[in-house]
Design a protein around this ligand. Structure first.
Ligand SMILES: [Zn+2]
Length: 462
């Protein structure tokens, strides 16, 4: 070992002091840096973590806005209900058996399932039953008070209700358990209807138990907007009844569809696809025969698949999602195009005989009727196929197709409902052949026309 002495000693001490000061400075700088990171740069992150450990956050769902018809008749609304949850770690061991038995009875659940949930001793939150009525929630509260159980929570919730039942289902759509729109207007206007959820913050101690009530802070839930439609409930009722009757009478297999428009505004007064479904129970297959067929499927996976297909089919709004050949209604378009394009005048006449031949294909009028000499007005009144072939031929295919475009028949209508095809299929000049479009070829592949004009809408005021 070397001894430090004399002159050498003083120099050494100075170096040590310098080294010490240097090290202190480095330590201090590190500390300052660390404090900067903790208190300034990452302040929000750490404050958030601390708050998370000290506060229990409970969401108070905002009531979803109503959907009403043009006269304010309520078609969809939200009602208060309650969701029952448990915090098993707060419940005393000796209470579990009895609580499971009593709660299962009140909530109409399997006792073994409730027992299994309450036995998850470390769990801070488990769902017992969602969206129950007041009567059931009151019974739970009474049982909790009577037995003095800890760890059962009765939370306010909201539930979507459609007061008219099986009515306008394909337009209204429905919501999922979280209150988000899944189909129809509920989906299209979800952001407007939804509102802003509120929050209850409850302080909790290190073990996760709630501290007294006074620590609660409340962020009020904000209700969603009311959506007023152009729809008229009375007209909708007439349409739905007529369609239901017609579908039964004619044994319609692919459902019947109808739309009533306000010709001045393009607003939808009524729109229905029948049969459809009750939006209060959208997942229940409305067609009893179809339901029985699905229930009878033995294989579980196959049955689930069949159910899913049947649900998709009954939710589909045919008025918006399906293409339909317009048939004789289209004679109005042909007539107006011929008049506007100067291909035909009001006094011009056409001859309707036994049949009219185009490129080797013979066309007749309905019921083989011979209308004889027809002017434009008579040809329209009689829906004379042969006259209209002659009128369209005068116009020519290219001009005919230009009028489709000009009348807005080539694109989507832009209606405020989901699942409208973006682009309509329609006759183009190069695809047009002698297979006439008189409503006799519905279902034929190709050459279908989306027989709607632009500007239709359902929402009136928000
Ligand atoms: Zn005819």
């Amino acid at each position: 070992m070397r001894k430090i002495q004399g002159q050498q000693d003083a120099g050494q001490r100075r170096r040590i002091r310098l080294l010490g000061a240097g090290m202190a400075l480095v330590c201090f700088a590190t500390l300052v840096g660390r404090l900067y990171i903790l208190q300034i740069r990452d302040h929000d992150f750490y404050a958030g973590r601390a708050q998370d450990q000290q506060l229990r956050d409970t969401v108070v769902p905002a009531p979803r806005g109503d959907i009403v018809d043009r006269n304010g008749v309520v078609l969809a609304t939200s009602v208060t209900c309650w969701t029952i949850r448990a915090v098993p770690r707060e419940m005393a061991e000796e209470d579990i058996g009895e609580a499971a038995r009593v709660l299962a009875e009140i909530l109409e659940l399997e006792e073994s399932q409730v027992l299994e949930k309450l036995n998850q001793r470390s769990s801070n939150d488990c769902l017992l039953r969602r969206q129950v009525e007041k009567e059931m929630a009151d019974q739970v509260q009474q049982a909790v008070l009577e037995h003095g159980w800890q760890g059962i929570r009765i939370l306010e919730d909201t539930k979507r209700v459609y007061p008219e039942g099986d009515f306008a289902g394909s337009i209204l759509g429905f919501t999922n358990v979280d209150g988000d729109g899944v189909a129809g207007l509920e989906l299209e206007y979800n952001d407007l209807l939804k509102g802003q959820n509120g929050r209850v913050m409850t302080a909790k101690n290190a073990w996760g138990y709630d501290m007294p009530e006074s620590y609660n802070t409340l962020v009020q839930a904000q209700a969603g907007n009311t959506l007023q439609l152009t729809l008229d409930v009375n007209i909708q009722h007439y349409l739905e009844n007529a369609l239901t009757f017609a579908a039964q009478q004619h044994h319609v297999s692919a459902r019947a569809v109808g739309i009533v428009l306000d010709v001045k505004t393009g607003g939808v007064l009524a729109m229905a696809t029948k049969p459809d479904y009750d939006p209060n129970q959208p997942r229940l297959i409305y067609d009893e025969e179809e339901r029985a067929r699905i229930d009878a499927i033995q294989d579980e996976e196959e049955r689930a698949h069949a159910l899913s297909l049947a649900q998709q089919a009954q939710w589909r709004n045919k008025a918006v999602s399906d293409l339909y050949e317009p048939g004789s209604v289209f004679k109005l378009i042909t007539a107006s195009a011929a008049l506007d394009g100067g291909a035909c005048g009001l006094e011009d006449t056409f001859v309707c005989g036994a049949s009219y031949s185009v490129a080797g294909v013979h066309f007749h009028c309905a019921n083989n009727k011979r209308h004889g000499v027809q002017n434009l007005a008579q040809a329209l009144q009689n829906s004379c196929n042969q006259s209209f072939i002659q009128i369209a031929a005068r116009l020519g295919k290219d001009a005919f197709c230009q009028y489709f475009e000009a009348l807005g028949l080539c694109g989507a209508t832009g209606i405020d409902l989901p699942a409208e095809p973006k682009k309509s299929e329609y006759y183009t000049a190069d695809r047009m052949g002698p297979a006439g479009d008189f409503g006799e070829n519905a279902g034929r592949e190709g050459g279908k026309l989306h027989g709607k004009t632009a500007g239709h809408h359902l929402a009136g005021e928000l």
